[in-house]
Design a protein around this ligand. Structure first.
Ligand SMILES: Nc1ncnc2c1ncn2[C@@H]1O[C@H](COP(=O)(O)OP(=O)(O)O)[C@@H](O)[C@H]1O
Ligand SMILES: [Mg+2]
Length: 554
């Protein structure tokens, strides 16, 4: 880059020499010699330019790569609460578009950083050395330009920030619609979604326009200044030539330097303006990097501990999703599940069943009280060990694209075919998998669109079984499975998972009827706990659920 700057400053000087000493005196040898020197300079400039650009691209690309890696890693650490706070659409924008903005500006800044100040200083020195009086014209123009630039950036900066937010909205709209395209289509909400997207898109267009309106002003304003200055120089310079204080060759070189000075100012202005956009993006990237992950095992006291028995204890646990809200989702929950027990959990929707079991693998942290696994507070385990010991089939579970076997191996990467088949037999999935022409190699469409709801649930159970967890949590995981098959799954559990503590959240009483212990949740509190017989004789909430289901069946 230095060679480019030097060349740019020297070339007009050489030109003036050619005009003065070569053409003026008719010295052909001098013209050819200087011409050769100029070609050499230009060639060196080119080599420098290519090298500079290569390293520049390498640096800006590499920086974007590292930044993406860091943010991605950070997002992987995020707790559910952290992700809720950002929205996935916004995280995607930050990982892609915002980083690209930064990459572009770094690229540009690296080119201009040396070149424009170098050219500016070099050209000013050369202009001063040719004609001090004439160079004063520049001093009049610079403050005016600086003021214009300051005003432009001041208006553009907040508009760029707003624009990135609108990009978030567009990305979120696309993502939500595509992820749920089946629901959208079945409710014939296509038009509505299109309108919603159209609105987000239109808002992006408008904020984009309002931001770029400022940017497009930059060039013409600078151009005008450049033309006026050139005119002034030619005007005053022409007068000096007439009085004999200056020659034509010097004026030619001088005008070139003036153009260089103004060009470098213009480039600086552009970099600054671009930077203001990148600054908005940088702030958004930092927001992700600076987010305190509110759930980590940094302070864990027993990082080496692993779940061996599967005993679960809740001691007076209270929990809420929003730390500033009064309303608790769970209140004063206490119970013990011994290793190998089956614990049924029953309660109306929204009563806090899912919230309660999510505290066991620490998907969220309890606000008050303690959750203990094998007598150790879950916050004292390393997250890796804790979650490895707990198999969870979430209420809203997903499969990934890939074959059935690939998906099942999420539970155990090293599992051989036999182990996989045994797990599938327990989960009552073996039969239907074999009925597919490709069997275990059947490839699942995005998220398992080509299997039924009940089949998907059974695959998810098999996947969890392959982890051979000490604690197994099924969150309403058999809701789409018929009762007969469900009974078979339960039967298989009692033989193949004898030592595993099993939590079964269910809507149907029949799903938990033979559990060792049933917890009845009502609006975040335990309304009753005991075996089916005990609850039926003592717990009114349980009786209500039981008889309403009896009525339906009758
Ligand atoms: N991610 C979340 N953020 C905020 N509130 C939530 C979240 N998940 C559930 N809730 C609220 O917590 C309460 C209990 O929900 P949940 O535990 O899912 O009930 P259940 O599984 O018994 O149907 C509900 O009032 C629900 O609105
Ligand atoms: Mg639930």
């Amino acid at each position: 880059m230095l060679t480019e700057v030097l060349g740019e400053v020297l070339l007009p000087y050489f030109m003036a020499q050619v005009i003065k000493n070569g053409i003026g005196t008719g010295n052909k040898g001098y013209v050819i010699g200087m011409g050769a020197l100029m070609i050499l300079t230009a060639t060196i400039m080119m080599c420098g330019g290519v090298g500079g650009n290569y390293f520049n691209t390498k640096a800006s690309n590499g920086m974007a790569y590292l930044l993406r890696k860091d943010i991605y890693r950070k997002v992987q650490e995020f707790s559910f609460a952290n992700i809720d706070q950002f929205s996935t659409g916004s995280l995607v924008t930050r990982l892609t578009n915002d980083i690209t903005q930064l990459q572009n500006v770094i690229r540009m800044a690296l080119i201009m950083m040396l070149r424009s100040p170098g050219m500016l200083i070099g050209a000013i020195i050369m202009a001063l050395s040719i004609n001090k009086k004439l160079a004063a014209v520049i001093l009049v123009v610079i403050p005016f330009l600086a003021l214009a630039l300051f005003l432009l950036i001041k208006t553009a900066f907040p508009r760029f920030g707003l624009m990135q937010k609108k990009i978030d909205r567009v990305n979120s709209a696309i993502q939500e619609c595509l992820m749920n395209i089946r629901v959208v289509k079945s409710f014939v909400r296509g038009d509505f979604e299109e309108e919603k997207f159209g609105k987000a898109n239109e808002e992006l267009r408008q904020t984009g326009m309002s931001a770029f309106k400022v940017v497009i002003l930059n060039m013409p304003v600078m151009n005008l200044a450049m033309n006026i200055t050139t005119l002034a120089v030619v005007w005053f310079g022409g007068k000096q030539i007439m009085t004999g204080d200056m020659n034509v060759a010097d004026l030619t070189a001088f005008t070139t330097y003036i153009v260089q000075i103004l060009m470098s100012l213009m480039m600086l202005a552009m970099v600054l303006l671009q930077s203001s956009r990148a600054l908005a993006s940088a702030a958004r990237i930092n927001e992700v990097l600076d987010t305190k992950v509110d759930l980590s095992d940094e302070k864990a006291k027993r990082k080496d501990a692993v779940v061996t028995k599967g005993k679960v204890e809740f001691k007076d646990v209270s929990f809420r999703y929003y730390k500033n809200s009064e309303e608790k989702v769970l209140e004063h929950i206490s119970f013990t599940a011994e290793p190998g027990e089956i614990v049924g959990i029953i309660g109306s929707t929204g009563s806090g069943k899912t919230s309660m079991v999510q505290l066991i693998p620490r998907l969220y942290d309890a606000d008050e009280g303690e959750v203990l696994v094998d007598g150790i507070n879950v916050e004292d385990y390393s997250l890796h060990h804790l979650r490895n010991g707990v198999g969870m089939v979430l209420q809203k579970n997903v499969l990934f694209s890939g074959s059935i076997a690939d998906n099942l191996r999420w539970g155990d990467e090293a599992a051989d075919d036999e182990t996989i088949e045994t797990a599938c037999e327990s989960a009552q999935a073996d039969q239907f998998i074999r009925s597919f022409t490709d069997g275990y190699k059947t490839s699942l469409g995005q998220g398992g669109v080509n299997v039924s709801g009940g089949q998907k649930q059974r695959l998810c159970i098999a996947r969890a079984l392959l982890k051979r967890p000490k604690i197994l949590i099924l969150d309403d995981s058999t809701s789409a499975v018929d009762t007969a098959t469900e009974a078979k799954i339960r039967e298989a559990f009692s033989t193949s998972l004898k030592d595993t503590t099993k939590f079964i959240i269910a809507q149907r009483i029949s799903s938990v009827i033979d559990a060792d212990k049933i917890i009845v949740l009502d609006d975040g509190v335990i309304a009753g706990m005991g075996t089916h017989e005990q609850l039926l004789s003592s717990c009114t909430a349980y009786q209500e659920i039981y008889y309403s289901q009896m009525d339906k069946e009758a």
